[in-house]
Design a protein around this ligand. Structure first.
Ligand code: GLN
Length: 480
């Protein structure tokens, strides 16, 4: 146990260590809580910790080992879970005041799967309120700091999950991604973040932000771990009608990609992603990643996604429209703090006024506006057509290439407070991640190897259901 460092631990290494009896799950869970106690004062990744439950889960994993029962690769693995994913009996605030006292009454589908696998949940992680934001500064409760530079944001909205992984406060984490919320914080924190194909992972028990875009996915230290965790949570679920039967078909190539297959993939670099606003250092590092990928023997060529420039505007109509409708349920009756009021309308007003932060209110207003009669055709209906065009760009590109390589974000992690007064510049940090959500495609952010500087990631976007392609290239890149 003493020689095992939390810093070097991945899901894979944890599992191997358990099998070899180098440590027990309980010892490791306790070691993580010890480290969290010290380190998380500085980082602020967790909103709540659940030691008693975690200890029980770890003991259950150890019991299985003692009995010689077959062990799932995630058994005993200490994970961090974004606070918009429900774990029965535990808080799920989505970092909003309006859910401050809420306790989940059931397990999300992904949690049920992870419980069956024997995973350990250390705690729930900080995020932007209802997953709206790119820096985790929209949390109603606390700021999370980037472990690589405490004056900078960890990204968002899954900033707590990404910071937890980067600061070794968990072996791996779950986040959710509506417009980049897994990939952008992963890139800012030097972690791997996978947004699965829309429909691959059940959203049952995920507090909804924009339902046509939301997906749950892993944030991990390695691409291999991302594949392992994704495989465990993927699958069709009767409780989520948007989860697809195709989610059953993930094969051996997801976990064990063959180099000869990976070499056959053609990677496309879209001109439209290398724009003026792209930071020079990011551009240079992306070039290095491209060279490394070429050195694997993968063919790299140019490609084009001509409607990219409309993606951000399109997203900022569709997303708020869905947000405004999803957040209606927080009315003080079904959910909320139930303020004292003379009548129902007063109650709605008081609860929503005091419960939602500025960004949630901004998006509810925007969404209500674009859906209102007279404006619906001009905004919402038009945005849906543009969404189709953006998806078609990818269909076109995927005739000639198998995978698209792009930056994740235009800049490395920005300073805390730098963009809070300018929502538009905050929105711009998702310019490269949003298209994959609009098109429902799988996309992964992978850290670029570098000796110095802030972490920078590159993004691989694949065909629907071809997580194996993007993770396959990622696996061999990471082994270089
Ligand atoms: N940052 C983007 C937004 O603010 C994406 C959020 C997300 O993916 N949940 O909407």
């Amino acid at each position: 146990m003493s020689h095992v460092s939390l810093h070097s631990l991945t899901i894979k290494k944890f599992h191997d260590g358990l099998l070899k009896k180098e440590f027990s799950a309980l010892e490791m869970t306790q070691a993580f809580f010890g480290w969290i106690e010290k380190k998380d004062k500085e980082i602020g990744a967790y909103l709540s910790l659940h030691k008693d439950e975690a200890v029980c889960q770890a003991e259950a994993a150890d019991l299985k080992i003692a009995k010689g029962e077959p062990l799932n690769v995630l058994a005993g693995a200490p994970l961090a879970i974004k606070d918009n994913i429900l774990i029965e009996g535990l808080p799920a605030t989505a970092a909003s005041k309006i859910l401050e006292n809420y306790k989940a009454s059931y397990d999300a589908a992904v949690i049920k799967k992870l419980k069956n696998a024997g995973a350990v949940f250390l705690g729930k992680t900080n995020m932007d309120e209802f997953a709206m934001g790119s820096s985790t500064e929209n949390s109603a409760f606390q700021k999370t700091k980037n472990p690589h530079d405490l004056s900078r944001v960890p990204g968002g909205s899954s900033g707590g999950s990404a910071a937890a992984v980067a600061a070794h406060l968990a072996v791996a984490a779950l986040g959710s991604d509506t417009g980049g919320s897994i990939r952008q914080p992963a890139a800012f924190c030097g972690a791997v973040g996978l947004k699965p194909t829309y429909g691959a992972v059940s959203r049952y028990g995920l507090i909804a932000m924009a339902s046509s875009l939301d997906q749950i996915g892993p944030i991990t230290k390695t691409v291999e771990d991302a594949a392992i965790l994704f495989k465990e949570i993927a699958g069709q679920d009767a409780m989520d009608s948007t989860s697809s039967p195709q989610a059953r078909d993930y094969g051996e190539d997801l976990l064990n990609p063959k180099l000869e297959d990976v070499k056959k993939l053609r990677v496309g670099i879209p001109d439209e992603y290398f724009i003026d606003g792209l930071d020079k250092e990011v551009a240079a590092k992306i070039e290095e990643a491209i060279s490394s990928i070429k050195s694997l023997g993968v063919k790299v060529q140019k490609t084009s996604l001509p409607h990219t420039k409309y993606a951000l505007s399109c997203y900022y109509i569709i997303m708020p429209a869905e947000v405004s409708s999803n957040l209606e349920r927080f009315d003080g009756i079904r959910y909320g703090t139930r303020q004292k009021a003379d009548n129902l309308l007063e109650l709605y007003k008081k609860d929503r006024e005091s419960g939602f932060g500025a960004e949630a209110k901004r998006r509810i207003l925007l969404g209500t506006f674009v859906l209102s009669s007279g404006y619906y055709e001009a905004y919402y209906a038009k945005a849906q057509k543009v969404r189709r065009l953006i998806a078609q760009d990818f269909d076109e590109a995927f005739r000639e290439v198998d995978v698209i390589l792009a930056p994740v974000t235009p800049t490395p992690a920005f300073k805390i407070g730098e963009k809070t007064s300018d929502p538009l510049s905050m929105y711009l940090s998702d310019i490269f991640t949003i298209p994959a959500n609009l098109a429902g495609l799988p996309a992964v952010a992978i850290p670029i190897k570098a000796k110095a500087g802030l972490p920078v990631g590159f993004q691989l976007i694949g065909r629907h259901w071809r997580e194996a392609d993007i993770l396959g290239i990622g696996r061999y890149y990471e082994q270089l």
